[in-house]
Structures are given as structure tokens and as C-alpha cells.
Write a protein that binds this ligand. Structure first.
Ligand code: X2X
Length: 333
């Protein structure tokens, strides 16, 4: 028992002679929190990255994952990663925009039409512009954004076939000023709730509808509390893998390289997972009782244009960011 108490302190290097069974403590224990169930590709791939980091750093860097809002909702985790209580967090672009407004630029309604456009922009100039803005608030954003997906609307009472069906609809949106503005522009009555509250707020009918990519609708079992799914593709959403700036700078350069490579590679694999799921999940959700429809985007776009949504948000994001978005997707407004 005495021997265990003399185990090497954190940060000491080298073997302990005569006590080979005592594992060497990690030099860096890094906490990563997120808002998604364990079965979502974000957690599956983050786990792989954590294993790779432990292996390549010879156990010096250990990433401990807290999935599924275990450490609180998005707003809590965002403040924890700022204070350093958390080292890593993966907020959606919509959510980190509460702190870094330009980060919501990828979520402008009906901007992206496919993944070629998305990754060209987010791995290119638009993504670099957002990462620069994130660095100004003391956070480090890894280069490769992870995929959430194209957001689709689900509802409980009736299918959404056109913008007219959105009148007065009580729809949950993330804690995101852009989402609120967009759904108000569409005539709905949006309410911001953290993801941790979505299932129960649909179940108790605090709201009647929500919007999320299909893989999330599946892993969070939202089909249990919703009847219709409208394939609106209204927003493309991704997760920024961010680190507390001081904790990141505190890692030696060789460890930074190990961590960044593992996380960026995992992000690339995760993009592939979501792409594959987008093809396969619909049939599963249908079997579980969701009824699908595919509305034309025209009525939604027209309503947003007429409500002044595009011109207002062009002003809010500024000419530089808006120009980079239009460079990727064509003229918007
Ligand atoms: O809260 C949501 O809807 C989610 C899971 O998509 C985000 O993280 C924005």
C-alpha cells in the first residue's frame, strides 16, 4: 500500500524501478465535452482520436470525453471551455456564434446547395476567416470542421410543405440569434432551447416542431416524439472543434502536432460517416414512423427575401464575410 502512495507525480518522466506495474501518470489530462449521444459519429470518431493520441504520445496526453451534455448544456460548456474548466468542446457554428457572431455565416438560410460547396468554403477562405475570429476570443479552432449536416424540420401535427405551413409554428431552435431571426422571417414562433432539452420539450408539447440533421433525429430518438419530417435542407451546420487557448498553448509543439493530426483526421472520417448516414438513415426513420416530404425551397427563400432576412444578415456579418460566402455559393440577396 505504501508503494502505491509513492507512485510518480504527474509530469515526472521515466520508469519506476522495481514497480513496473504502476502505470505512468499522464502529463496532460484534457477534458472534452459535447452535446451528442455516444452513438453519434462525432463521439465514435472522437474516441478513436483519443486512443490515437494516447498511443502516439506514449500516454503523456490523455483525452477524457464527456458526451451527451454530462457537463451541462451548450451554454455551460461554452463558458467552461473559455475558463479552462474544459479543454475541448465542439459547439455547432450556430452556438459558438453567441460569442463569435461571424461563425454563423455558414448557417445563412438556403445558402449551400451541396457538400462540394460546403467543404470548399469551410476548408478554404470562409473557414479561415471564421477561425481567425474564434482565435480573437482566446479559443483555438482546429482546422477541419466536423459535420452536423443539413438541417431538416420535424413536426408533430402536420407536414411542412411550404413556407405558409410555418405560420405561427412553435419550433425549437438552438441558442442562436441567426436561427431565431430566420424562423421569425419564415413566420414561425421559434424558441431557443439547448439540445439537452429538445426531447422533453417536444414530448411535453412546449414546442411542436424542431429542426436538426437526420443523424441527430435518429440518435436522439426524436422520431418517438415527432410525426413528420420535411427535407428542407434549410441550413448547413457543422461543429467547430475548439480548445481553450491557454491550455492549447501549454502543450509542447510535438504534442500539439499529435493532437491536431488525430483530431483533424478524425474530423475528416466523421464527415464521411455523416455523408453515408444521410443516405441510409431515412429508411430507418420511416420504419420508425416518421412520414417524409420534400418541399421545394422556393417559397421559403422568397419569404426570407421579402422579410428582409438576407439584407439584414448581410449587414450584420459585414461585406468581407458575406463576400466570401457568395464566392462559394453565388449571389444571395
Ligand atoms: O442543438 C442542436 O440542435 C444541435 C445538436 O444540432 C446543435 O448542436 C446545434
Amino acid at each position: 500500500l505504501k508503494a502505491i502512495a509513492t507512485a510518480p507525480a504527474i509530469g515526472t518522466a521515466g520508469a519506476v524501478i522495481g514497480m513496473p506495474h504502476i502505470a505512468r501518470a499522464a502529463d496532460f489530462e484534457l477534458k472534452y465535452g459535447n452535446n451528442l449521444p455516444l452513438s453519434h459519429p462525432l463521439n465514435v470518431r472522437a474516441n478513436e482520436a483519443a486512443e490515437r493520441i494516447a498511443k502516439e504520445s506514449n500516454g503523456k496526453v490523455v483525452v477524457k470525453i464527456f458526451p451527451n451534455n454530462q457537463l451541462g448544456g451548450d451554454t455551460d460548456m461554452l463558458s467552461q471551455v473559455r475558463s479552462g474548466g474544459l479543454t475541448f468542446f465542439t459547439p455547432s457554428a450556430l452556438v459558438i456564434a453567441t460569442l463569435v457572431p461571424v461563425a454563423a455565416i455558414n448557417a445563412v438560410g438556403f445558402a449551400f446547395s451541396d457538400y462540394d460547396q460546403v467543404w470548399k468554403a469551410m476548408d478554404g477562405k470562409l473557414g479561415a476567416h471564421v477561425r481567425e475570429a474564434i482565435s480573437k476570443v482566446g479559443l483555438y479552432a482546429f482546422e477541419k470542421m466536423w459535420d452536423n449536416g443539413f438541417r431538416q424540420m420535424t413536426s408533430g401535427d402536420k407536414a411542412i410543405n411550404s413556407a405558409a405551413d410555418m405560420n405561427g409554428l412553435k419550433i425549437r431552435v438552438p441558442v442562436s440569434p441567426l436561427s431565431i431571426a430566420m424562423f421569425k422571417g419564415l413566420g414561425a414562433a421559434p424558441a431557443s432551447l439547448q439540445f439537452s432539452e429538445v426531447y422533453s420539450s417536444l414530448q411535453t408539447r412546449i414546442v411542436d416542431a424542431q429542426e436538426n440533421p437526420l443523424p441527430i433525429i435518429q440518435v436522439a430518438k426524436l422520431y418517438e416524439v415527432q410525426k413528420y419530417c420535411s427535407l428542407s435542407n434549410h441550413i448547413w451546420d457543422g461543429f467547430w472543434f475548439i480548445a481553450n487557448g491557454r491550455a492549447w498553448k501549454g502543450l509542447p509543439a510535438d504534442m500539439q502536432a499529435i493532437v491536431a493530426n488525430a483530431i483533424n483526421d478524425a474530423g475528416m472520417a466523421q464527415r464521411g460517416d455523416i455523408k453515408a448516414l444521410n443516405q441510409s438513415v431515412k429508411a430507418d426513420l420511416e420504419a420508425k414512423g416518421l412520414t417524409f416530404n420534400q418541399p421545394a425551397p422556393d417559397s421559403f427563400r422568397a419569404k426570407l427575401r421579402d422579410s428582409g432576412f438576407y439584407s439584414e444578415w448581410k449587414g450584420r456579418f459585414g461585406d468581407e464575410a458575406w463576400g466570401l460566402l457568395e464566392e462559394a455559393v453565388g449571389k444571395l440577396a
